[in-house]
Design a protein. Structure first.
Length: 134
């Protein structure tokens, strides 16, 4: 198994992250390769109340016993590792708005060309910070 991760800061507000992950499985006289290629675009303008994260991923699978797993950004405090199987695309969009000690986060994600995920693809989170010192 091998993985390459690249991070490129385009400006103080925009960052791109690339990931190539290759899983090889050798059995007797056969070799199977599963590949995940993901590109993350992160837009986090300074002095603005919003942030945008977009992931575009392509994956291909030759062997179901050699799956590829990848961490996905989600609302604060949520931990998500998705299993990429079959062959196809996945995209994920995270939006965050902050105002006056509150934040609202929305995550929308879809699989394309696969039956992998039948769940409702939207996640919401609302946070409000209360502090008696303020």
């Amino acid at each position: 198994n091998s993985s390459i991760n690249l991070k490129q800061i385009m400006s103080s507000n925009i960052e791109c992250r690339s990931r190539l992950h290759i899983n090889n499985l050798f059995e007797t006289d056969q070799k199977w390769t599963n590949i995940l290629l993901a590109e993350d675009f992160i837009i986090n303008p300074m002095q603005k109340p919003y942030a945008i994260k977009l992931r575009l991923a392509y994956y291909t699978q030759e062997s179901p016993s050699n799956n590829v797993f990848a961490y996905e950004n989600g609302p604060i405090g949520q931990y998500s590792i998705k299993q990429y199987d079959q062959t196809g695309f996945r995209y994920t969009l995270n939006l965050r708005w902050k105002w006056a000690f509150r934040s609202l986060e929305i995550k929308y994600s879809r699989w394309i060309n696969t039956e992998a995920d039948k769940s409702f693809p939207v996640e919401f989170q609302y946070r409000s910070v209360f502090n008696s010192d303020r």
